[in-house]
Write a new protein. Structure first.
Length: 71
């Protein structure tokens, strides 16, 4: 399956659609418990990672929101 991940082409060994949860594992995404996933322009709810599917040609962005600092 060919995807665009964080703006770069990526290929994974999957013939059919896979869940976002499986994609995170397959790509060994760091800090999975903190990542926000955007799939084809839509921000996904973390509770929906198991139900949301990624298909050939999809665009996926992994986003990390950080806070902190002081002025």
């Amino acid at each position: 399956m060919n995807l665009t991940v964080n703006g770069k082409p990526a290929s994974i060994a999957a013939d059919d659609a896979i869940s976002v949860s499986n994609l995170l594992e397959t790509l060994q995404v760091a800090q999975r418990e903190y990542v926000t996933v955007e799939l084809n322009g839509d921000i996904l709810d973390r509770d929906g990672f198991d139900a949301a599917t990624v298909r050939d040609g999809d665009t996926v962005e992994f986003l990390y929101f950080m806070g902190g600092g002081s002025l």
